[in-house]
Write a protein that binds this ligand. Sequence first.
Ligand code: FAD
Ligand code: NAP
Length: 529
Amino acid sequence: MVGAGFGGLYALHRFREQGLDVRVFEAAPEVGGTWYFNRYPGARCDVESLDYCYSFSDELQQEWTWSEKYATQSEILEYINWVADKLTLRDGITFNTRVTAAVLDEDTLRWSVTTDSGEEVTARFVVMATGPLSSALTPDIPGLESFGGEVYHTAHWPHEGVDFTGKRVAVIGTGSSGIQSTPIIAEQAEQLYVFQRTPNYSVPAGNRVLTDDEVAQAKATYDERRRMSWRSGGGSPHVAHPKLTMEVTPEERRQAFEKRWELGGVLFSKTFSDQMINLEANEEARKFYEEKIRAVIDDPEVADLLIPDDHPIGTKRICTDTNYFQTFNRPNVKLISVRKTPIQTIDATGIVTSDARYDIDALVLATGFDAMTGTLAKIDIVGRGGRRLVDDWADGPRTYLGLGVDGFPNLFLVSGPGAPAVLANMVLHAEAHVNWIADAIAHLDQHGYAALEATPDAVDNWIAECNRRADATLFPKANSWYMGANVPGKPRVFMLFIGGFAAYLDICAEVAGAGYKGFSLLEPIAAER
Ligand code: FAD
Ligand code: NAP
């Protein structure tokens, strides 16, 4: 097993419960994954805390109490540590150890796993819970390495925190991480320059402290909350408006958007169920959005720069914020559009664009991740016939259900490409994947099989199905990281299953119920019988 974030920790627990002998390798010194690394100011979940936590144990659900609607990074990390202690997970994890290679021995159907500490272990199964957003991207800006001041990436934030008081700071990047951190950095810094490439849609999070009554009520009705989440499109108990966008009157439409806006958060892009498939419907949401955002920005020219005009709303991961747009009304904050005035170079003391120079003391890179495939690509994964996963995936990731890969028997992915992954509440998503993998292993053992291997046909058909579903939506219209568009040279393919969380779980259950349709069940090789 690789990784000790939400996915890996649950896998360790579940596999142990099943009596398996499990070893987890984790590159970091602690558990937490995403929430261990992303400690930038303002980091929070954007799925409600009450939903963004393990559902497999009612005891855990009842004992833990979230303090805010959207928990801070530190509270989520505290929760993950609490779970790790409660379930006695740490003794199964080798920390500070990066897996560098996993090589299949076709004769024994065993994997040889190598780490950067020189250890080599042999395993029947390899489960990659390495995270879809765990390889931070540093932009290729000329001169970046010559900058003499402080440089921070949001995904590798110093544990002791950073105090920007009295400093001139630049933030590059206006995705979720940039949008969450900018308002807080602006409060500290003497001067803040925000370098924006593509303007992003961001909806007020509507974060607040949860009252005791709310928590008690949620805990009393957790079963129903979870039932709705498992049957939903995105893994949280959200129900879209019962009618389509253009079926209602303009007044009803406005009311529905208004209600969703007041509730806050990413679900604004799911107010109506057709918003992400019908451009006319999407445009209604976009117009409402634009009106709301223009209303809070003082300078109309700054508003023009901040309002996206190149992709439909929601086709890039919609962001949530607390006073992001209002931050540009502050006298110490300046927005620089690098589309209009590109960054030419960074030197020892500042950033030079095509029309100005900005002297700074500190640089914050909120420039995102090589998502979905970047972390797996760093591991030398070698399957049948010496085939390397990176080569097989040169034109885009190839998986069946996001769980298995042809030519790589008994290699499983948690929240890999080809699954809904980041389109869903990823804690429930990880639980679903781990449960499926654990059941598959139990099935192999009960029936005397050695291994499970996706067939090339099943993989081809699944990729075609993912593409077909994506093409029926507005998502491919955006140059998003879902499409690999943020990494120079990365193939442009929509890397996720977009048919909805519940629909996806039904397919996975159907595949398992039909004796793992699309997978070959391999007999033990002669030497082992
Ligand atoms: P991770 O948490 O990324 O854990 C993977 C682990 O694998 C890491 O600890 C890493 O060190 C380890 N690892 C990787 N490669 C190796 C290797 N070769 N050897 C050893 N160890 C390795 N999702 C939501 O659903 N809701 C949210 O609100 C939300 N907010 C987010 C906020 C931020 C800032 C970010 C970056 C992501 C957010 N996500 C959110 C997505 C988030 O990544 C998932 O929700 C979830 O935490 C992923 O868990 P994981 O265990 O799959 O992966
Ligand atoms: P991101 O969404 O990929 O944003 C990266 C930003 O950096 C983009 O604005 C991008 O511009 C910009 N950028 C990249 N390279 C650049 C360059 N060379 N020059 C100028 N700008 C450059 O990354 P992220 O903000 O870290 O978020 C990634 C994902 O993590 C999110 O979509 C979400 O799933 C998750 N996340 C969630 C939360 C939350 O609210 N819970 C918070 C943070 C992250 P372009 O758009 O033009 O590429």
